[in-house]
Design a protein around this ligand. Structure first.
Ligand code: T4K
Length: 360
């Protein structure tokens, strides 16, 4: 019996990929804003319904770039219920993350933001966790009231739309991850979406050491460039990402219709949202972590590798213990009960049935 992992990468057609590699070999332009990268950025804009995108070498550097380009400092209000990267970038930039609780979808709760604002607060960093959109209108209201920037970590939200509009258009900037474990992938990769040509130029410069021309460095930057091979891989994957999302949706629908077990809860689709089905979290034995942990182990013994995304909370990591947080009741409740089930393009309902049978 084959093992089932929480995810599996979206791979382009190998023959087509070999053709791209031939072309790259022929041109000898292997990185530094080559033709595949430029074409990839154009096609991403079309696909995502956005105007300005800068592609990066992973999904973490665009977060650092956003903090630097927007001039964010002091304290940033953020969520503890996320992958550690969304907070480590703050600490790395000398900014103090201030953690507040999440809403029932696992996203930063706008009602909890105001209490955490101090004169050092300069921004809100929200994460559209599992691709569920944050309450962006309420976050914008709060940000406007206190003159704060808004950065969205949209690592999980590739292709997500709210009311027919890309979720990436919310906030001052949004960042994406194209890691192999994501709905859309370039193996390693990421991007930042911003709202003006001038901003894009800053992000493009940041990812290339801040170099303006051969003799001018106009800002302090670093190396965040994506190479031609991965840009071509991304171009090929763009052709199949709709199919990938629809295959994921089929599995999610199977799970939703067949996991009817007392004590297990899961999210439903949100009205007016086009979901990307990036993860399928279930919440098991609320307030009783042993049940979740036992299920995690039992699934493993049957070759089913679910993951506790996101446990522990970021605030519970020793490295983050010195940062302030308010009451985190909801975040803790989700974190103590979550288990993400296998979900990937190419997964079949037979695979999902095996998972469901094992859970039952
Ligand atoms: N913000 C948020 C909210 C994020 O979730 C992330 C990343 C970031 C920012 C940062 O973006 P990047 O800089 O990473 O682009 C994974 C990913 O490494 C990470 O990208 C992701 N979030 C996080 C949620 O998950 P791990 O350590 O759990 O992945 P790993 O290697 O255990 O893989 C999980 C399963 O996927 C494996 O059991 C098997 C399968 N797999 C994985 C890889 C890498 C494959 O089949 N093939 C593969 O090549 O972190």
């Amino acid at each position: 019996m084959k093992n089932l992992y929480v995810t599996s990468p979206l791979l382009p057609d190998l023959e087509e990929f070999k053709h791209c590699i031939d072309e790259i070999w022929e041109s000898r332009q292997v990185t530094n804003n080559g033709t595949f990268l430029q074409e990839f950025e154009r096609r991403l804009c079309e696909y995502l319904g956005v105007e300005h995108i800068s592609v990066f070498t992973n999904g973490t550097i665009p977060l650092i770039a956003s903090l630097k380009v927007l001039g964010i400092s002091g304290e940033v209000i953020t969520t503890p219920y996320s992958f550690v990267a969304s907070s480590s970038v703050l600490a790395l930039c000398g900014i103090d993350p201030v953690f507040v609780d999440v809403d029932e979808h696992g996203n930063i709760d706008p009602c909890k933001i105001e209490d955490a604002v101090t004169e050092r607060t300069s921004a809100i960093l929200g994460v559209h966790v599992y691709g569920n959109p944050c309450q962006t209108d309420k976050i914008r209201e709060m940000a406007d009231k206190h003159n704060l920037k808004v950065v969205y970590d949209a690592a999980h939200a590739f292709g997500v739309m709210k009311n027919g509009r890309s979720i990436l258009l919310e906030g001052d900037v949004s960042t994406l991850s194209f890691h192999a474990t994501k709905v859309f992938s370039t193996i390693e990769g990421g991007a930042v979406v911003c709202h003006s040509k001038e901003m894009k130029e800053k992000f493009d410069s940041f990812r290339n050491f801040g170099i303006e021309d051969e003799e001018t460095v106009s800002m302090i930057g670093l190396n965040g460039k994506m190479d031609e091979i991965r840009a071509s891989y991304g171009l090929l994957n763009l052709k199949q990402v709709d199919k990938a999302m629809s295959e994921r949706k089929t599995v999610v629908e199977y799970y939703r219709s067949n996991i009817a077990v007392d004590g297990i809860e899961f999210f439903r689709d949100i009205e007016n949202v086009r979901h990307n089905y990036s993860y399928f979290p279930i919440f098991v034995g609320d307030k009783c972590p042993n049940v979740r942990n036992e299920l995690h182990e039992r699934l493993k013994s049957h070759g089913i590798y679910s993951r506790k995304y996101f446990y522990p909370l970021i605030t519970d990591f020793e490295a983050f213990s010195r940062y302030r947080h308010n009451d985190l009741t909801m975040a803790r409740r989700l974190s103590d009960s979550v288990l993400c089930l296998p979900l990937f393009a190419g997964m079949t309902c037979d695979d999902a049935e095996k998972v469901v049978r094992c859970i039952k």
